[in-house]
Write a protein that binds this ligand. Structure first.
Ligand SMILES: [Fe+2]
Length: 270
């Protein structure tokens, strides 16, 4: 495929994105804080995706394409908060579908090559799905997987900052108002032990939520993602915010082994 997108195009899209986000700031401290949170998250996801794309030695235009997809992956979040006052999809609407709607309404991608436009739009639409549909093209799968890994890498960081009571950070767990009781539900435990990502519906306690976040490792796609999870100690730190129990230890053992087996130079059992 020919050169899909250049750095100049990305710079213009970044200016559009900054202006778009600014238009949601209205001087109300709570709202502006919520909007800034997603803007800053987007910045960090862009940085994460650049690292991942480089680790794969992708051609320059594919790296720029991946960064563009990261820039827009949560573009639906701003309107979601403005409309509903929440980031919980279950209490409002699917923020990925809303993101596609925003792209179709404001058309910032119109200057791009149609193939690049389709890939970015598909990555936005699919970034939060349980699975990427098998019929999608290899290009689409690659960009979407990059966004999904980069997104998770930052959300782990955000969640851990919240669990460690750093002020000012929003987390889904706050809005879910989950009881902080020392219990892991059967369905969540069974899913993670089976190396599957349990559904959010099964989450009944804050502990379940943290266990699900540990289970995100089953959906990671790239060597560097596993390496960063290990190096940053996300799983150990999540365990450190949980109560001590046999279930927590068993889940921790499974997810840590999963990561160790996949990180470059990790311990791969014969
Ligand atoms: Fe995100």
């Amino acid at each position: 495929m020919s050169n899909l997108i250049g750095r100049q195009a990305l710079a213009s899209l970044r200016s559009w994105f900054d202006r778009y986000v600014d238009s949601f700031m209205n001087g109300d401290p709570a709202r502006d804080c919520a909007i800034r949170l997603k803007r800053d998250h987007t910045d960090r996801v862009c940085r994460e995706i650049v690292g991942l794309a480089r680790s794969l030695s992708l051609p320059d235009d594919r790296q720029v394409l991946a960064e563009t997809a990261a820039l827009f992956h949560d573009v639906g979040r701003f309107e979601q908060f403005a409309r509903w006052g929440t980031y919980l999809d279950a209490r409002s609407e699917d923020h990925a579908a809303l993101g596609v709607e925003v792209l179709e309404r404001h058309r910032p991608l119109d200057t791009l090559d149609p193939a690049a436009r389709r890939l970015v739009t598909s990555a936005v639409r699919l970034h939060n799905r349980i699975e990427i549909p098998a019929h999608e093209s290899d290009d689409c799968k690659l960009v979407t997987r990059l966004v999904r890994d980069a997104d998770k890498l930052d959300i782990w960081d955000l969640a851990l900052r919240y669990y460690c009571h750093e002020p000012g950070d929003w987390n889904e767990a706050i809005e879910l108002e989950l009881p902080d009781v020392p219990r892991i539900s059967d369905e969540v435990f069974a899913g993670v032990m089976d190396r599957r990502m349990p559904r959010m519906r099964a989450v009944k306690t804050l502990g379940d939520f943290k266990i699900i976040q540990m289970g995100w490792v089953f959906d990671l796609n790239f060597d560097l993602s596993f390496e960063l999870v290990a190096r940053r100690g996300y799983l150990e730190r999540l365990r450190g915010t949980l109560f001590r129990s046999d279930r927590v230890e068993r889940v921790f053992g499974v997810v840590r082994t999963f990561v160790e087996e996949r990180r470059p130079g990790g311990c791969r059992p014969d």
